[in-house]
Design a protein. Structure first.
Length: 624
């Protein structure tokens, strides 16, 4: 036992600089600060003591292999438990399937007890220590975590820390008038302060939840509600909020959760006169929370969800003094946006510009979560400056992308749905599955075999991109069998206002069987092609997230190019974003370090004709 206590103390020492000075900075002047500090340390010791031997072993293992999540064998899969497998128990029966895809990281979409009725897809949590009863119990979660651990699959669960449901016991007590609980949220006696904040805030759900504050007649108070009315923003300037959330995180870590997806982190700190997004204190909080789990549950990673512009997004890995000390993982939403933008325009210049100008070649102690789409809408996070650098208008380009992917633009291949049109800014976001946005839904409906083929190639292009850029690629459930938009949500009253449900379909297990039996069908080709790409990723050591990713100008606007720079050699990844053949000069390839002309993706040599390399429509290669 003394040995184990020593490890805790060593880890405490290791992360001391990431914890105490951060708390001092945030809360030093608060009257409750000293008490909170003591409570936190007690809680941390308690959590460590309660941690199972099995999990402590995993902590050690991952301390010894700190790059485990950067390795090319990582592959994530994201699903709603009910839509994938009915309930938590049901997931056990699907583990063979996940393993057959090569998956070793699963993100269970929100599964903690949500408020009744509309819960924003589970992001309105009323009890963080209970599982949604429709899905099972905390015991079921621990059992699943154990089963996953045996298969070396990491478990990611959502931790919503910007807000709780208004039905959470803290919120209920606050509403009853308990001052200590009101101080955990943002309560206002009249609308003067809310109005002053509103001047610079940005609407998140302008359609169905306009404004960022809600008035409750029964208590005659205003409450800060950035997202929906039922989601009350926590007041992170109160040290008690930090303490309570840290306790919950350790509770989940001890249930076997390996990755905490920290939801909507940008909004955690409020400052008058700003957008109240990504304020410097957010990073101080996140660094301190990171330290807490690193000390008591060292194998746990933090995935930070901040769907923001390029420069801002990087801050979630920690920049400057926080470099490498914040999120281990953060969504690369800009890669996702640029994929869709380049597909629509058949031009990769903006993509090359953005990814080269704003993103470093290397990250410290961190890597991206790469994806083509997720459970949320796609917002066109393209700045006016970046569009301007290429000589066009940001506003016009964003509007074009919305029309293109909604499916109203003349000649588009895509079919999607609008999400939250903002009349004031003209901003329109888009919902849709990978297959529908990439053109498969429309092509199948038109029974157009040429378009079907192109859509399949677009899907595989996207997979090859997120498999090689650097990071943990995440497949959203059903994209591997090309599920198209599901409009049945329109007849579900709690969902009908939220078009994101169109791209959260139920898993179609018959479709899985059909795709396997008929590999020549469009779904069969997507399924086999997707599996192939991730199998080849695992076999390609240059794709380790720790190696640099250097974006290159391919001197052909149709082609996106980057080098993965491993000590033993360079991998040149090329992607044709058009439906035409595209040529590249052999000399240019050699200049990029291609020596063997072997494609690691197909695992075949490539042929040059007249020293010219030709990439087929939507072709992709990883050249060594
Ligand atoms: C995150 C989630 C999104 C949710 C929001 C509010 O952005 O991904 O689905 O609506 O947070 O919790």
């Amino acid at each position: 036992m003394t040995e184990i206590k020593d490890i805790f103390d060593l880890r405490l020492k290791r992360s001391a600089d990431d914890l105490w000075p951060m708390l001092e900075q945030l809360y030093g002047a608060h009257p409750d600060y000293q008490a909170m500090r003591n409570d936190l340390l007690d809680e941390m010791r308690r959590a460590w003591k309660a941690r199972s031997a099995d999990l402590k072993n995993l902590d050690l293992e991952r301390d010894l292999e700190p790059d485990w999540f950067q390795r090319p064998d990582m592959l994530g899969y994201v699903f709603y438990i009910d839509r994938f497998a009915g309930d938590l128990q049901g997931v056990h029966d699907k583990l063979d399937y996940l393993e057959s895809l090569g998956v070793n990281y699963v993100h269970l979409m929100p599964c903690l007890k949500p408020r009744p009725g509309d819960s924003d897809g589970g992001y309105s949590v009323m009890d963080y220590r209970r599982i949604n009863p429709a899905l099972g119990s905390m015991k079921d979660l621990s059992a699943l975590a154990k089963a996953l651990r045996r298969r070396k699959i990491s478990l990611c669960v959502d931790m919503v820390l910007n807000h709780t449901a208004k039905e959470h016991e803290w919120a209920v007590k606050a509403r009853k008038g308990d001052q200590a609980y009101q101080d955990m949220y943002w309560f206002f006696d009249d609308d003067s302060t809310p109005k002053a904040y509103e001047k610079t805030l940005i609407e998140i759900f302008p359609d169905n939840a306009p404004g960022s504050f809600t008035h409750y007649d029964d208590i005659d108070k205003w409450v800060w509600t950035t997202f929906n009315e039922h989601q009350w923003d926590l007041n992170w300037s109160n040290p008690r909020v930090f303490l309570e959330i840290a306790k919950i995180m350790l509770f989940l870590a001890n249930r076997g959760v390996n990755v905490l997806r920290l939801d909507a982190v940008a909004f955690m700190w409020k400052r008058m006169g700003t957008r109240c997004q990504s304020e410097p204190e957010v990073h101080v909080i996140l660094r301190a929370l990171r330290a807490v789990t690193r000390i008591c549950a060292a194998s746990v990673l933090h995935l930070e969800e901040a769907i923001v512009g390029p420069a801002e997004m990087l801050t979630y890995f920690g920049r400057g003094e926080h470099d490498g000390r914040e999120g281990n993982l953060a969504y690369h939403n800009n890669l996702m946006v640029q994929y869709w933008s380049a597909l629509a325009t058949r031009n990769t210049q903006l993509m090359t510009h953005v990814l080269r100008t704003h993103f470093p070649e290397n990250l410290t102690n961190a890597t991206y979560a790469t994806y083509i789409r997720c459970h949320d809408d796609i917002g066109w996070a393209i700045t006016d400056e970046d569009a301007g650098a290429l000589g066009f208008s940001g506003g016009a380009h964003r509007a074009y992308l919305s029309d293109f992917y909604e499916g109203t633009f003349d000649g588009t291949f895509a079919r999607g749905a609008l999400f939250q049109e903002n009349a004031a800014t003209g901003d329109k976001r888009i919902s849709g599955t990978f297959a529908s946005l990439a053109g498969l839904e429309r092509a199948l409906e038109d029974t157009d075999p040429v378009q079907v083929d192109l859509a399949v190639q677009r899907i595989l292009l996207g997979n090859a991109l997120i498999a090689s850029y650097g990071g943990v690629p995440l497949i959203y459930m059903g994209d591997e069998i090309a599920l198209t938009n599901d409009d049945s949500y329109l007849s579900v009253p709690d969902f009908a206002h939220d078009s994101r449900w169109t791209h959260r379909p139920f898993m179609d297990w018959d479709r899985v069987a059909a795709a396997q039996e008929n590999p020549a069908s469009p779904q069969g080709r997507v399924f086999a092609g997707t599996r192939h790409i991730y199998a080849r990723r695992k076999a390609t050591y240059q794709l380790h997230g720790g190696y640099a990713c250097r974006v290159r100008d391919a001197q052909n606007p149709a082609i996106f190019a980057f080098q993965r720079i491993a000590p033993a050699g360079i991998l040149l990844c090329l992607f044709n974003f058009t439906e035409d053949w595209q040529n590249l000069a052999g000399q240019w390839l050699r200049d990029q370090g291609v020596a063997h002309f072997h494609d690691a993706l197909s695992d075949r040599p490539v042929e040059l004709t007249d020293d010219t390399f030709a990439l087929p429509p939507y072709g992709r290669v990883w050249l060594t």
